[in-house]
Structures are given as C-alpha cells and as structure tokens.
Design a protein. Sequence first.
Lengths: 397, 119, 188
Amino acid sequence: MTGLLQDIGFSRDLAVLIAKAAGVIVVAVFGLLWTLLGIWLERKWAARFQDRVGPNRVGPFGLIQTVADTVKILLKEDIMNKGVDRWVFNLAPILAVLAVTLIWAVVPFSAAWIGTDLNIGVFYLLAVGALGTVAVIMAGWSSNNKYALLSAYRAVAQLVSYEVPMVLALLVPVLLSGSMSTQEIVRQQHIWYVFAAPLTVLLFLISGQAEIGRGPFDLLEAESELVSGFHIEYSGMKFGMFYVAEFLHAFTVGVLTAILFLGGWRGPFAEDVAILGFFYLMIKSLFAYWVLVWVRMTLPRVRIDHLLDFNWKFLVPVGLANLLIVALVWKAIPGTDQISSFGDAVVPTLALLLVNVAMFLVIGALLADRGRRERARIEARVAGADLPVETVAGAGD
Amino acid sequence: MNLNEWIFIGLFFALGWALPATPIVLGKILAPKRPNQVKQQTYECGVEMVGSPWTQFRAQYYIFALVFLVFDVELVFLFPWALAYNQLGLFALFEMTVFIFLLVVALVYTWRKGALRWS
Amino acid sequence: MELTAESIVFLIMSAITLGGGLLVVSARNLFHAGLYLMVSLLGVAGLFVLLSAPFLAGVQVVVYIGAIAILIILAIMLTPSVTQLPAIFNRQWAFNLALAAFFFVLLVSVVSPIMGELGVDAWNADFTQKNPADVPADSIVNLGKDLVDPDKYMLPFEVASVLLMAALIGAVLLVSPDKAKADEGGED
C-alpha cells in the first residue's frame, strides 16, 4: 500500500503515515464491527445455557438483532442528571472503548497481519489495561451517584488486585518464549503452551474474568447491590459504548488466551495462507471466549471479602509458586534455550505437563483439607452456640 | 529500536477516540432532548438523594491499592528477568527466588496483621 | 531549529507533559488534578518511547498511571472536603516557587554540559540518536541480564526487594494502628 501511495505522488514519509492510519482504522473498525456479531453470539449462548432460544426474530436466526438494538439505542434520549462532572462524564465511555481497542493494535491476526509488532507487546497489554481502570473510576466518580461511586471504589480494589495474578500468568509465556512480542510468542509455540502450562491458563482465565468484571466477579455492576454500578447514570449511546467496551474486553481476553496459550494463528498451512491463520485465531478465540461465557452463566456472584481473599491468599501465592516452578523445570531440562521445531518442544512440554499435574494435585489436596477444617470449625461453633449456620458464616460488606 | 512501530500506537491514540465518539455524537443529533426536573434526578431507586454522594467510604480500599502498588513494582522487575531467562544461569533463578521470597514475607505479614481481611 | 518528524512529536509530548503539569497545579478540583496528572505522565511515557526506551514507557504507564496515580485519586476520593478548593494558592506558594526555580536551574546546569559532551548541539537539538543502530535492539534482555549479574546490579536488585518489603510492612503498620491483635488469632 505504501508503494501504491508513493506512485500516486505522496512522499515516502507521508505514504507510510497514511498506510499506518489506514491500518489503525481497519483494526479498530474490525473490532467494533465484530462486536455486532459477537453480542448476538453471546446472547445465543447465554440463552442456551438458560434453556431459552435467544434472539430469533430479526433476520435469519436473529442475526441482525444487534443492529436493530444499535439503531434503537441511537434514538434514546441521553439523560444527564444534575450535578455530573460533564467533561469527565462524557470522556469516560470513550476512554473505556479506546482502552480496549488499543489492545487490538498488537494482536497478530496471522503470520503477516498484525497492527504493529511491538517488542514489548505483552507489557503494552498491561499498560493499556491500566487505562480501562481509569475509565471506570472516571465514570463512577463523575456520576454524582452513591452507587456509582461505590462501584468505582470496588473497581480499584478488584481490577487492581486481579492484575497481580494476571501478570504472573502473562510472565510464563514470556519466560517460555523468551520474548514479549505477541507475534514472536505465537511463532515459538511449536506446541501450544496450554499443554506446558495448564495451571497458568487457569490463572489467566480466572484473573481475566475478574478484569472484565463479569460473573462470578461482576461486583462492579452488581444489580442487586449497586443497581448497575459505575454506568448507572449513563443512558443512550454513552451507555451503549460501555456495553461495547465490556463485550469487546471480554472477547479480547479470549483472543489473548488464544494468542498466548492456544498457538494464536498457528494451524495447517497458516504460514502460507494469511486468511487461514486469521480463521484459526478466531476459532480459538471463540472457544476461549465460550469458556468465559460458560463460567459467567454458571457461577453465582462472589462476596467482596471472598473476592479479595481469593485473590491475595490464593491466586497470588499460587501464581508466584507456579512461575518459580515452571522456571526451575525449564532450566532443569537441557536444550530449552533454543527450541526451533516441534521435536525440540516435546520433552520440555511433557515434563512441564507432569509438573503441572503434580501442582494441580497438591493445590487440590490443600484446598480439600482447608475446606474440611473450615466446615468442622463452623459445625463446632453452631453446635456450641446453637445458632443457625447462616449467621455464623459472616456478613458481607 | 525502530520508532516506526510506535507510529501506529501514536496514530491509534489520535484516531481511536473518533470511533466511540462518533456514535455518541450521532446519538446526540438523532435522539430527542426533553429534560425535566424529575428525569434529571440522581437515580437512587426512586428515593430522593440525601446529602452529597462524595462522602467518605471505608479506607480498606486504600490498603488493597497500596498492596497492589508494591506488587506492581515487583512485577516490573520480573519482566526483564523472564525475558532474559533463557540466557541466564541457574543462579538467576536463585536470585529471583530470594527476591520473591522477601515479597512473600511481606505478603504473609500483611495477611497475619489482618490488613487483607475485609472487616 | 529544523523541524524533523521526531522533533514535532517531541514538542507534542512535551506540551502534553507540561500542560498536564500546569493543569494539575491550577485545577480547583482535586479529582481533575489527579486526572491531569495522568495526562502529564502519559506525555512522559511518550517521551520515553521517543528515546527508544519502550520498556520504560510501559513501566511509566503501568506503575505511575496504573498504580500510583490511581492510589492518589483514591486518596483524594477518601477526603471529600477538598474536591472543591476555594483557592489555588496556599501560604507556601512563594517558597515553593523559589524551590521549583532552583531545581530548574540545577537541572539545566547539570544537563547542558553533558549534552555538549555527547555532541548534541544543546539548544538546536536533533533529538534522535546520531546513529539509530547505536541503540541495541534487545536492550530489555540486556537489562534482564544486568539485573541479576553479580558483577553489575545484583545487589541493588535484591535491595529493591527489601525496600519493597519495608514499604509494604510500613504501609500496613500505618493503616492499621495496632488494630487489636486479639481478633486476628491467626485464623484468617
């Protein structure tokens, strides 16, 4: 494309700039268009989980239901309540969407298609994630609403806490591939990292679910407690943008899982045919995303003290131990510093898989033991004080 | 390092705003605008708002942000280490174990002190 | 001064950094001041990118915007009485201005001779490296190696951990002033 523009008569620098700008628009517009289809897909899945049919009236199989909803939300009145902090209030939904679409800049769609292959790719993901937290705080603070403000506080506690296990999970593919570039991590996965590090994948999915604020970690917008959380005062298209940001963020976690652990665009003939790589990536992402939706539809919401305990007293220690053990095994096996083919990767992957199974067993045993002791403690207390079990279990926040 | 890679990110920051902003502006044009007193009240389930929403909340949230800050700085050190790990000796792993161990001591202290407890 | 693409970006980033900083001190609303602080820090991240130090740019955003600025905003949200400041000057403003001016002069006097040594024509700056190849492509890997190299930064690296530990313990002591050891009981 750069060459074409130069032929028309643009200078080289300008041609590069225009080509890059076109790339930006393609990536970002693709993200938003995908949302239209993805929301329909999620609603269908959610319906199946709840034994419903889901949207099926607008278009074949209800495919253009989201388009109809978009038109509807465009025509809704945009109500701003008294006392909002106008600038912050209006910027928050825009920043929320921007923070998510920025992630797509480093997503390797195929061997040749990538927005930009930063050499700090994984670290860039973290940096951009921080902006999303800011958007939630801005929305919660500026709304002049107690529920929204409380949600902003929870955002700080939750989003920020779960960033720690998320980073600990991200470090494992970085360590295994010796690179932070997303494209390079995909190239290094001669065997998908999900086989070498299943515990890490689990950590990543759990903390990812918390980062996108979806059930069972949807405390930011808990309907029964905070009415609807930080976006309670938003209506019309501004609310729509929060909705888009939330969906896109959730799907992006699926994409990142696919890239970091499921081999990204890798698959038969993907090196040669770019569109195939894109196709593989989407299939894998949809699978990871489906798992997230499945968890969301299945588990009830956790309490805030459980949420924070689960993070700091379970996920973080497990994440740290996991990282060190993986690093130790990686060093113990000779030849792991130059893996360049499927054959090289077999032995390390098998060893790591075994170690991971051992870790799963140890963690499972610890949890079971803890559960037994906790149950015994509560039963003893109930027997002693003659109280009903519910009151002993403790109050929420 | 090629700065060209970053032009894309810079442009993304510059142009990315437009995408979410366009539908919002479009909504502003298309949607009706009939504000009134009742509509513009802060939503508190139909009850009139008492006092300012910007009241003090528990300081507990602050503690978690503080603990996070310490861990965040630690994680920044982990990245270059993980990146160079394939080219390092076993001693590097030992050093990182010591590094993490000290952090875990701090975490256990925080835990025992009850600062991580939601009370 | 010749305007190259780099210098234009440098000027934009400097404007964001300085403008954000100016708004931080002039904002009457502390929450807004916190947000402007983030804008300013983002500008600094852009400057790091321009200096071919993308990792530091990432650190700038992750640590300063993602953790410290959020912590500051949280602290502001915990002190509701100061969201609308009556005045932007306090009694110490003259002293602080003098201090700021002193540090500015100090910085310029320290930096400008170094720029001469590096061969950068001080005020007609060509902001790029004379030869872009001078910047090693895998500078982050080098950073990782040097951090754990016993001959280089191993000790500071471990001391950083001790420092972080002390910071966390200090923070915990500060926020929970002897909150009754009785109800901890180890079962937590």
